[in-house]
Write a protein that binds this ligand. Sequence first.
Ligand code: DGY
Length: 326
Amino acid sequence: ARKMSSERFQVFVTRNDMPQGGIDLLKKECDVKMSTHPSTMPREELLKAIAGVNGIFCSLTDRIDKEVLDAAGPGLKVIGTISVGHDHIDLAECKKRGVQIGYTPDVLTDATAELTMALLLSTSRRLPEAQHEARTGGWKSWAPTWMTGPGLAGSTVGIVGFGRIGQAVARRVKAFNTKKILYFNRSERPEAQETGAIKVTFDELLTQSDFIICCAALVPETKAMFNKAAFEKMKNTAIFINTSRGGTVDQDALIEALQNNTIRAAGLDVTTPEPLPLDNPLLKLPNCVVLPHIGSAAIETRNTMSELTANNILAALKGKPMPAEL
Ligand code: DGY
């Protein structure tokens, strides 16, 4: 028999603009309450709204910590985040309380790798600058050295963090006739055979690469790993790309490196903080391309992420194996 409405699981969704796929799935089986904000919920409002819920459908803009878990109370069984990154969640605290965590690996790998390539090419071939010239009259005539930048063909590409996304980037980069792909990762990855990527030390990667791409999760070991010393080890022609988390970079050191031409350019999909304040020097530097954290923003991908988040929550609530549990 169908449960009475009052016995249905209570799930709270932290924003009102989550892709519909997951919301529809949840509504079939749960009582769903939702934020009224199409953006991050004010903290006080969130803390009130989650009292007594069994599940929370959140995004990377919600900090899930002790305070949130306390506010939800002992009925909370599961947190589902619509992201593969989970640096916004206090895992230890969740574990302690037996709160399960669902996330969205795999389904966004292609979209994020595609965006990484887009950012790599936009930065190396200076697309935003070039478009600006075309729109504002800077385009006087074809000119042999105007708007030039380094090509990928024949180059050495270093990928930091060789998990799902790093490997997907390596496959794409290889198709551009690069000379060598290097990677730095905690452990050796057998998948590297497919692209011929070579495991090196962080220092070797920094000194040898023409393009350095950060695909590493933000954890204590990767926090600010791209610091002043790291930028100084890079070639002064190097291009740095980050599509993981802003926290892997010492941003002041990056700004300095770009201003002093310690490196050639940077392409960032992630920054500290997000959004990046409009007066941040990164937004003024001609050798920096900044995107507003859109790595996984392919239409289908976002809906699939929403459905996976809902299926994670539903499985945990019903005591079944979650499709993607942390
Ligand atoms: C993630 O999933 O962690 C991305 O940053 C957003 O898709």
